[in-house]
Design a binder for this molecule. Sequence first.
Ligand SMILES: [Zn+2]
Length: 158
Amino acid sequence: MKTSNFRIVALSTEVAQAARRAAANGAPDHAIIVADSRDGFPCRHCLRFAQSGERVILFPYKAIPDGHPYSESGPIFVHAEPCERYGETRKFPTDFRRGRVLRAYNSNYDMIDAEVVNGNEPEAVIEKFLQKPETAFVDARSVTRGCYTFRIQPYENA
Ligand SMILES: [Zn+2]
């Protein structure tokens, strides 16, 4: 029996730390950038926008793994300095109530639905998607640039 509950899944600390190590080692696909706006540099680990002047790492991340029609790798940011992984997993992160699109996928990583969230209720969209029995997870992405932001899973699969 499905419930309407969901769990917010931020980027793992292991992936964030690996990105910091790669950037420190000068990996060419890991760029260190200084944030210069308040809403352009979302950290996928703490799920907050980096503040102007904070350093972030820009690197490619495979949100949808290889071997599927919707396989996708794309650029994401994490804070260059260690930050705390987003922990309020039952609460949609405040910084991303605007400017996101929600995409629902099935267990084969096929996209089965998508809807723009624009300041209204992302929880209502998530619950609608999760009520479909085929929905395995929902991804939040930037509505303008398309970049992966975080994953939402049904709570019982947590
Ligand atoms: Zn962060």
